[in-house]
Ligand binder design. Structure first.
Ligand code: GRF
Length: 216
């Protein structure tokens, strides 16, 4: 199976990335961590299904019992496993359980797709340089949970999204890909987030392929 082959040009490709850059000759095993709606999970699953990204998702881990991502996982036949953070005394204890699950599914890359927990060295050291995160701003601007609101409040005219390798410090780490999104005069947090998400869905599958090929 090929990914992003010359014969299947993806619908979107960042200007700095070539189709060849995205070619992977063996499939990645992605363990996805998500807390919420899971639109990024779905974008990645769709890129796999359409043959654009050479990967499988052996497992989805979620931490909120009502997370909508589970419905999407069902549609893509991906086993969804709940590790509710409330059941653990420490972040490290949660991460230990997550690592156990990821290892039992023989995952080789960890994809934080809207994972609203701070990750610890327990997880990062179990998958060195193999944990990716997506953030709704052009990092290093506006890290933290209010990236969209911060950009609006700062009055910047352009914001965007970033896929980066995760490190212990939240929303830091080598940047793999970014996409810019203009801020319109009448934008609300919701309208801006929607346009940022369109770009997130485009760059995340590409960034996974690039990261796997060491482009960072
Ligand atoms: C995304 O905007 C991502 O940047 C942030 O959380 C959101 C998750 O969205 N970290 P979804 O659950 O993938 O729809």
């Amino acid at each position: 199976m090929t990914a992003y082959s010359a014969n299947s040009t993806p619908s979107f490709i960042s200007p700095s990335v070539t189709v060849e850059d995205l070619y992977l000759d063996s499939p990645l095993r992605l363990g996805v961590l998500a807390s919420g709606s899971g639109s990024n999970f779905e974008a990645i699953a769709q890129a796999i299904q359409s043959g654009q990204l050479n990967a499988t998702i052996p497992v989805l881990i979620y931490n909120k019992p009502k997370a909508k991502v589970t419905e999407r996982a069902k549609r893509f036949d991906v086993p969804a496993i709940l590790h509710n953070h409330r059941a653990y005394q420490t972040r490290e204890a949660l991460d230990e359980q997550i690592v156990d699950t990821l290892k039992s599914y023989r995952v080789d890359w960890v994809i934080m797709a809207g994972w609203m927990r701070i990750v610890t060295p327990v997880l990062l050291n179990a998958f060195p340089h193999r944990v990716l995160n997506i953030h709704p701003s052009l990092l290093p601007s506006f890290p933290g949970i209010h990236g969209i609101e911060q950009a609006l409040n700062a009055g910047v005219k352009v914001t965007g999204c970033t896929v980066h390798l995760a490190q212990e410090k939240v929303d830091s780490g080598p940047i793999i890909m970014q996409a810019a999104v203009p801020i319109l005069p009448d934008d609300t947090p919701d309208s801006l987030h929607q346009r940022v998400q369109v770009q997130e869905h485009q760059i995340f599958p590409q960034a996974i392929a690039l990261a796997a090929k060491g482009f960072w």
